[in-house]
Design a protein. Sequence first.
Lengths: 391, 83
Amino acid sequence: MSVSVERDQAFLDSIRRVADEVAAPNADEVDRDARFPSEAIEALRDEQALSAFIPTELGGGGLAFETIAAACFELGRRCGASAMIFAMHQIQVVTIVRHLEDADWFEGYLQAVAEEQRLVASVTSEVGTGGDMGRSVAAVTAADRGECTFEKQAPTVSYGENADDLFVTLRRSPDAEPSDQVVALARKEQIALEPAGTWDPLGMRGTCSPGYVVRATLAPEQILPTPFPRVSAESMVPVSHILWSHLWLGIATDAFDRARAFVRAAAKQKPGGPPPVAIRLSHLMSELSLLRAEVSSGLGEFVELSQEPGRERLSTMASALRFNNLKIAASEQAPRICQGALGVCGIMGFKNDTPFSVGRHLRDAMSACLMVANERIHQTNASLLLIAKDV
Amino acid sequence: MTDEIRKILTDHGRLPVDAGTLPADADLYQAGMTSHASVNVMLALEDHFDVEFPDRMLTRSVFESISSIEAALTELCGEAALP
């Protein structure tokens, strides 16, 4: 076993400990009060988890992408909101690391993330784009002293209030077309957030994601040099879909585990053979194994394509379809499994205060199909299918 | 070939600018071509030149300018002309 694999294993052990000892005991309260899971995020900071993917030469953990994905799964088993916050932070960090291109400002920024365990949120969705991440209204606008500014109306900014910095998609300039985008990193002290809306949703309540009008003044070096379409195709979209899928699998896995615990308890009460509900559990296991297979093959293909020189195949339509399908499949399958677990546990699963409660799991998993709406993704896929060949 | 590509871009690219006068190396996406419009451009190019773009060519960089489209078509038509 190489040193790096040992380090990755040790990291995952620490993530499991945070998940079990910090995220799990607070998960119900975080959900009930729709409050930020500050204990879990602080515990992740203590483990240097926010810089786990940053290369060691920039002060980070230098861990593998697969390890980050596994961490999302582990956290998802204990608290969906904590896992989502961790995953969304990692999406921004992984994207910056993969598109650094020796940009000094961003190297310095990653060092700051590692030293200060800064939490990064993203501002990608925007009022007036119809949910299309490939278009922006807000634009980078020249300001005094060579700086630039922007103002963006964001319908949701996950953990915006609790984030240190924001990764924001924008039009390149005020006269650029909506699809001519760049992505910029604004630090907390450069940002003014004006709340625009409330936060009382069905699930993922701890992500605290109301809308804001985001205003910032920043230096031109804070715009990532790589054109956004490449950033999006090679990293942001596939990484989002993979990390989200892992945490949705985590949520579904815990719902299944609770259903299994319920069946075992029932079997112990009436010895003499599996209780009738055990058959439903077996059906549920088949559903879970489908989800597991899709999530794991999606990760494997991404890692393989990322290792190719130039990562060109990640920019093909076949790849776009592949990782869009991962998102659609996982976001539909995860709530289905949670609902199946509810069917197994019955009233004991329906109640919010039993060891077999799966209401939070179901509600959290139901957010999956909205995170970039599945119908919007189907619309893109339908168009790509007209021209892609080997899908 | 360039003129035919420009005609197809005018008919299917839904560009806010005139594809007839756009520089050959201008970025079509920056000029406002959406990904949906680009799919229609690809379909029209396949139809007009009687070629099929293989998956390796179905990337943004191949369709980002008139000259990159021309290079791809030359490669495909050249392949087809081989015995």
